[in-house]
Design a protein around this ligand. Structure first.
Ligand code: SAH
Length: 350
């Protein structure tokens, strides 16, 4: 952590500069270069003397993401990046354009431990958690590449953000810093498979972000069949903390529900879901599952999804189908890394 300069808060960076014997104002200059001007090379920091730049390269290297591959959807201009980290690992980010601006979906880990049956991130295996700087660097690199300000962030890429709690909290602190890239906490969504004690910890911070819960099923027997985390924290335990969350923060929770044909899309599921969410300040996002080659699940039919929404709406639960962006470029989390690692194993030319 000590030498990971992109993960340091302004206070930590100032202390580090004092410790290294540099004047404090240099810390402010470097911090602004990194987090306001998104510079990733000391040589671009034109107001620093050359000898200081050389020393900093040695002492505090900047570990930023490099674009390994970039795909642009022909359908909707969604951009998917495969980034390489300084140690060679791959992660993915997706930039989407909405009416209100650009949104980036960032990864929080290399791979994932959570084991959700329909998700490509799990299939690729878990390698490690990302530092705050590595999460930030996805935003910085993408923003510089597209040449437009990215105003919204969703922590919905590879990995489970609440399984990397401390680094994700540090990322949130840095990305919302007025001295830095200054993204509003209200423009950030964090998605979790439901690690209940960590949701409780997050709640105690009373942040203005949007909490998304990957629910995907209204009952334990169905949910445990696709999400191992449910064996640890049941649907009812999860929904209990969600109610507490919305009551105490007055923030609407977003429930993600991937529609898996014949599995969790029955009318009975819709009715049970409606009864469990009744009266909660929430929204249900239905997602026709993105097919992953290695997984047996197929997306529900549009008619089935319509009917599902209808049942929820009649019970007063707000539900919509998520617009599917980037479906021609493997934009579902973990798909690109999975392909890349397989190709490399096979020794294919990339
Ligand atoms: N670990 C976090 C965030 C990453 S996944 C979480 O579980 O929420 C982001 C969202 O995409 C989750 O709702 C996840 O369940 C969903 N997802 C993963 N694979 C999918 C697929 N193949 N089709 C549709 N949604 C998928």
């Amino acid at each position: 952590m000590k030498t990971d300069i992109l993960s340091m808060t302004f206070g930590e960076l100032s202390d580090e500069f004092v410790f290294l014997g540099y004047p404090k104002f240099r810390a402010k200059q470097v911090y602004e270069w990194l987090h306001k001007h998104l510079v990733s090379d000391y040589d671009e920091m034109s107001n620093l003397p050359k000898n200081l730049r050389e020393e900093l390269k040695e002492k505090l290297p900047i570990h930023c993401c490099k674009i390994e591959k970039k795909q642009v959807s022909k359908l909707d201009n969604t951009v998917k990046y495969l980034f390489q980290l300084h140690d060679g690992d791959f992660i993915e980010s997706v930039v989407m354009k909405y009416k209100y601006g650009y949104t980036i979906c960032v990864s929080s880990q290399v791979g994932c431990k959570m084991g959700c049956a329909f998700c490509a991130s799990t299939l690729g295996g878990f390698k490690r958690s990302l530092t705050a700087g590595e999460i930030l660097s996805q935003l910085y690199t993408a923003q510089k590449d597209i040449g437009e300000r990215i105003s919204h962030i969703v922590l919905m890429g590879m990995g489970e953000p609440l399984d990397n709690y401390d680094n994700v909290m540090r990322f949130l602190e840095l990305v919302t810093d007025e001295q830095g890239v200054n993204i509003s906490m209200r423009n950030i969504s964090l998605s979790t498979c439901g690690i209940v004690p960590k949701i409780e910890e997050l709640l105690s911070k009373h942040l203005q972000l949007t909490l998304s819960i990957s629910l995907h099923a209204p009952s334990d027997d169905i949910r445990s069949g696709i999400m191992p985390i449910n064996k640890k924290y049941s649907v009812d335990e999860l929904l209990k903390i969600c109610r507490k969350y919305t009551n105490e923060t007055s923030r609407r929770i977003s429930f993600e529900y991937s529609m898996l044909s014949g599995f969790n899309d029955t009318y009975e599921c819709a009715r049970l879901l409606a009864s469990k969410l009744k009266g909660m300040l929430c929204h249900v996002n239905l997602i026709p599952v993105n097919e992953v080659a290695e997984s047996p699940y197929k997306p529900s039919t549009p008619e089935r999804i319509e009917k599902f929404i209808d049942i929820l709406s009649k019970s007063g639960i707000n539900a919509t189908v998520r617009r599917k962006l980037g479906s021609d470029i493997d934009a579902s989390c973990g798909q690109l890394r999975l392909k890349e690692n397989k190709n490399r194993k096979k020794g294919d030319k990339i």
